[in-house]
Design a protein around this ligand. Structure first.
Ligand SMILES: CC(C)(COP(=O)(O)OP(=O)(O)OC[C@H]1O[C@@H](n2cnc3c(N)ncnc32)[C@H](O)[C@@H]1OP(=O)(O)O)[C@@H](O)C(=O)NCCC(=O)NCCS
Length: 169
């Protein structure tokens, strides 16, 4: 899949992530976590990339193999500029709908933001989820993340559940 959003010059490829991408994905995933510290201390990351890899290796490796996940990367001539993960997950057994879609995470490296690539990764993921027999797709993002809110509301997402926090003194 080679995409060229209208308002950008370079070509980048959106493709499925593979094992050889993992090191780059760790780098981006660690940045995603650190990016969120501006919103809430909850996101304070482990002390370095090595620790992050230890914590995330199982999850990312698992997502690569799962038939029910679409793990995409944005490949800029061998260097990754972003990634996203979409999944099909089980609903609680008391619900009529047994499964739902989940857009689990997305990160575009700083210098590539605002050029339509996040939207493209999201659209590609929604198209994939749209072919599955699901009715609902959910996404979670920090309540203060206005950019993510723009991305998702533009794509048609609407508020579903509220999650509140209570900070204990
Ligand atoms: C959020 C993120 C994935 C969006 O990807 P992107 O490639 O930068 O965004 P796009 O260029 O595709 O723009 C998507 C929408 O974001 C909004 N947007 C674009 N530039 C923006 C800016 N500077 N500030 C706020 N919103 C902006 C617009 O609504 C745009 O849709 P539109 O062009 O139809 O109006 C990316 O900025 C990112 O990785 N941010 C850091 C990590 C993060 O917040 N991840 C999401 C939560 S897990």
């Amino acid at each position: 899949m080679v995409h060229k959003p209208e308002h950008r010059e370079e070509y980048m490829e959106i493709r499925r992530a593979k094992k050889a991408d993992l090191e780059e994905i760790f780098r981006l995933g660690y940045k995603l976590l650190k990016y969120h510290t501006q919103y809430n201390v909850y996101y304070r990351p482990v002390k370095n990339l090595r620790e992050f890899k230890k914590g995330q290796r199982k999850y990312f490796t698992g997502q690569l193999k799962k038939r029910n996940s679409l793990f995409l990367v944005l490949d800029n001539d061998g260097k990754l500029a972003g990634y996203s993960i979409a999944k099909i997950t089980k609903n609680p057994p008391v619900l009529k709908d047994k499964i739902r879609g989940e857009f689990a995470e997305i990160f575009i490296d700083e210098k590539y933001r605002g050029k339509g690539w996040g939207k493209k990764l999201l659209e590609t993921s929604l198209a994939w989820l749209g072919k599955k027999k699901i009715r609902q797709i959910i996404v979670k993002y920090d309540a203060k993340n206005g950019w993510a809110e723009n991305l998702y509301t533009q794509a048609g997402f609407r508020p579903f559940q509220n999650e509140y926090e209570l900070i204990l003194k």
